[in-house]
Design a protein around this ligand. Structure first.
Ligand code: NAP
Length: 249
């Protein structure tokens, strides 16, 4: 399928895991994709990997909470490709497994900065370059519906993204659609602390109806749907991609 032919896409935190799979899927569907993350060597390696498959990708270093690097991400995209059709806000951190009432203020600030505020600031920087019919995809988490004890404050920031999706969809309509993906557990580096223990992993798999963890490609397929015109009458929505794990009614 080439649903994104001629489109220009920015994907944050896209040198590995879910972000990388989204970048690859978008490029396979015909988009020119701008890859980014904090480390130049990771950006170079990801770009090289996708270019070796004949895909149209560029890389820009961008720590999402660095204002100068956010500006460069937008500026370099616009210099190279003109305008922007798709922005995927995928970066997040989970620096602590403390209970909320024991979480240090500096950690609360970091969670808010990267998981929520950076999405808003990136879209502020991108908004004047977004084409008519553009699409924003925000990556939340199933944890946003029911924050679990070990991921409590992280989960709350992901709840905020569900509200942010609704609010931005209203604010950015009708030019731009804004939707959200809420992944279940996917065995990436990010989730390693959860899935490296075989018993815990089994428990997570058992709590899904499909009896398996998600894959980055599962998330990428949904992000591609939301970025494409196949979802042209959908905005302000969150799609849970979690194998039927419990999220909401
Ligand atoms: P991952 O495999 O660990 O990949 C993290 C990526 O983010 C890397 O490319 C990393 O590259 C980049 N990165 C980290 N901090 C960054 C920052 N401040 N600014 C820019 N880039 C940054 O993670 P993942 O599992 O794919 O997670 C991606 C998203 O999915 C996150 O929003 C996460 O909350 C969400 N999610 C994940 C799961 C799961 O089970 N994996 C479940 C639900 C939701 P550098 O080191 O070069 O920066």
């Amino acid at each position: 399928m080439k649903r994104l032919q001629g489109k220009v896409a920015i994907v944050t935190a896209s040198t590995q895991g879910i972000g990388f799979a989204i970048a690859e899927r978008f490029a396979l569907e015909g988009a020119a994709v701008v890859i980014s993350s904090r480390r130049q060597n990771n950006v170079d390696a990801a770009v090289e990997k996708l270019r070796s498959k004949g895909l149209e990708v560029t890389g820009v270093v961008c720590h999402v909470s660095n204002p100068q690097q956010r500006k460069e991400l937008i500026d370099k995209t616009v210099q190279r490709y003109g305008n922007i059709d798709i922005v995927v806000s995928n970066a997040a951190v989970n620096p602590s497994v403390d209970n909320i009432l024991e979480t240090k203020e500096s950690v609360l600030d970091k969670l808010w900065e990267i998981n929520v505020k950076a999405t808003i600031l990136l879209l502020q920087a991108a908004s004047s370059y977004l084409n008519n019919g553009s699409s924003v995809v925000i990556i939340s988490s199933i944890e946003g519906y029911n924050p679990s004890q070990v991921l409590a404050m992280y989960g709350v920031t992901k709840t905020a993204l569900l509200g942010l999706t609704k609010a931005l969809a209203a604010e950015m309509s009708p030019k731009t659609r804004v939707n959200c993906v809420a992944p279940g557990i996917v065995p990436t580096n990010f989730a390693d602390f959860l899935v490296k223990n075989k018993d815990i992993r089994k428990g997570i798999e058992e709590r899904t109806l499909l009896k398996r963890l998600g894959t980055p490609e599962d998330m990428a397929a949904t992000a591609a749907f939301l970025a494409s015109d196949d979802s042209s009458y959908i905005t302000g929505e969150t799609i849970v991609v979690a194998g039927g794990a419990q999220s909401r009614l």
